[in-house]
Design a protein around this ligand. Structure first.
Ligand code: PGA
Length: 253
């Protein structure tokens, strides 16, 4: 299976010109990485422009969120149908930064379903805020997954990407990086939760890791973390670092 490397630009950069610069840097090298699926998730306001610039290139685009209805009186929301119409192929759903602003398990469940319905691959983010000696994080992650996927059919489960993103390892204020062992343990656990619910088809679900992924740790996660991709935040805004991560992913068997 190809590695999946996703750049989550979050609310960056501040201008379309800068977005274009970052994108052009990645576009130049993207063709070299045959064994990697590259997905960029810029702010929604840049999607149309970048998709237009992307003609004939292998990069795919993702949204950072979406709403669960197709149209109507929903001020401020963007629908899966609108994104699909632009050519968007993926959407991050349930990122911890969106959960912090009020996105609950029920909303996330509807968003995952609506995303699949529109032909957009949901990148469902799960992960604990803290770890403690009682290992409550296992039950926490299980509940996040079971709720988000509760109305997803066996046929559709392989269209979902699950991103394990321990909140304590995300962003510049991260407590620390996760270790590949911690990542692998959770990846195995997620796979078990999925196969208990969906059966053997769960083997086909892509599980990726996110949280301070960078060129120095990418190989460790991809080779020993039990995951087949990375969700990269900060370092996806730096063309050189993102290209290094793509290069590493391209070499790993
Ligand atoms: P980070 O963000 O790589 O900057 O830690 C990852 C994410 O939030 O998806």
């Amino acid at each position: 299976m190809k590695k999946l490397i996703i750049g989550n630009w979050k609310m960056n950069p501040p201008s379309v010109k800068e977005a274009e610069n970052i994108f052009s840097g990645i576009k130049k090298v993207a063709g070299k990485f045959e064994k990697v699926d590259i997905v960029l998730c810029p702010p929604a306001v840049y999607l149309e422009h970048l998709i237009w610039l992307n003609k004939k290139v292998k990069i795919k685009f993702g949204a950072q969120d979406l709403f669960w209805e197709e149209m109507g009186a929903r001020t401020g929301q963007i629908s899966p149908a609108q994104l699909a119409d632009l050519g968007v192929k993926y959407s991050i759903i349930g990122h911890s930064e969106a959960r912090e602003l009020g996105d609950g398990d029920e909303e996330i469940m509807r968003k995952v379903k609506a995303s699949i319905r529109a032909g957009i691959t949901p990148i469902l983010c799960v992960g604990e805020r803290v770890r403690d000696v009682h290992h409550f994080h296992f039950a926490f992650i299980k509940k996040q997954i079971e709720t988000a996927l509760s109305i997803i059919s066996k046929n559709d489960i392989k269209k979902v990407v699950i991103a394990y993103e321990p909140v304590w390892a995300i962003g510049k204020n991260a407590e620390r990086e996760a270790t590949p062992e911690e990542c692998e343990e959770i990846a195995i656990y997620i796979r078990k939760v999925l196969s208990d619910k969906f059966g053997p088809i769960a083997k086909e679900v892509r599980i990726i890791y996110g949280g301070s992924a960078n060129p120095a740790n990418a190989e460790k996660f991809l080779a020993h973390g039990g995951v087949s991709g990375l969700l990269v935040g900060r370092d996806s805004l730096n063309t050189k670092k993102f290209a290094e991560i793509l290069e590493i992913a391209n070499k790993i068997k």
